[in-house]
Write a protein that binds this ligand. Structure first.
Ligand code: ADP
Ligand code: MG
Length: 225
């Protein structure tokens, strides 16, 4: 299996506080990896470093063997679904999804709308295209956030705590959605503190505590019925 992302010995220091202490792991093409750990262990910081929202203090992050750079290509290939979704509140669902392809990639509006409609249909949100984020439930907002990331055809999708803002009964729906995305060959990196959820969706689970990796487990993915 080919590596898509490789994190090598990264450290992150804020002031005098070492938040990430020598973190290394890799994700293969098509693989789903969950990083699990208690609150404050550095999970979101790690994801923010991978998404270039933070600089790393030392070490390196490689994407297809090359050091990551803050350019459009990398931003397009690595999608991010934030814990609080970060939707544009003044834009409709459809406008949220076409924003990046039209603005960042210069895609024609008509093409972007066609593709957004396909994504909304895949996510079961076709009837919400013209609604605004404040008119949606938490689960629907999250699906829009996923749709917005999908609109750029990412190779790797990162999720920060995809179940934490949702009603527990929706956890299984998120797991099913992640499974159907993984069947398309998309690699995924999921940050969570929910071990049961991680076991449902992951090929590998990496446990983190106090900025360090303490365990790596390989799972046989089970089917969700
Ligand atoms: P987790 O996502 O596992 O809950 P975080 O990565 O959010 O953990 O935070 C890890 C630690 O880093 C926490 O102690 C937090 O207070 C600290 N931290 C996060 N962001 C910053 C920042 N911008 N400046 C200083 N400290 C930060
Ligand atoms: Mg966090």
């Amino acid at each position: 299996m080919k590596n898509i992302l490789r994190v090598e010995n990264i450290k992150k220091v804020y002031g005098t506080k070492e938040i990430l202490k020598d973190i290394s792991f890799s994700i293969d093409e098509g693989e789903v990896i969950s990083i699990i750990g208690p609150s404050g262990s550095g999970k979101s910081t790690l994801l923010r470093c991978i998404n270039l929202l933070e600089d790393i203090t030392s070490g390196q992050i490689l994407f297809h063997g090359e050091k990551i750079k803050a350019n459009e290509e990398y931003r397009q290939k690595v999608g991010m679904v934030f814990q609080n979704f970060n939707l544009f509140p003044h834009k409709s669902v459809l406008e949220n999804i076409i924003e990046a392809p039209t603005r960042a990639l210069g895609e024609k509006k008509e093409n972007a709308i066609n593709k957004a409609n396909e994504i909304l249909s895949f996510l079961g949100l076709s009837d919400k295209a013209n609604n605004y984020p404040c008119e949606l439930s938490g689960g629907q907002k999250q699906r829009v956030a996923i749709g917005r990331a999908l609109a750029l055809n990412p190779k790797l999708m990162c999720f920060d705590e995809p179940t934490s803002a949702l009603d527990p009964s929706l956890t299984l729906d998120v797991a099913k959605l992640i499974k159907s995305l993984s069947k398309t060959g998309m690699s995924m990196l999921i940050i969570t503190h929910d071990m049961e959820f991680a076991k449902l969706v992951s090929d590998k689970i990496v446990s983190m505590d106090s900025g360090k990796i303490i365990e790596k487990h390989i799972y046989n993915k089970c089917e969700i019925i």
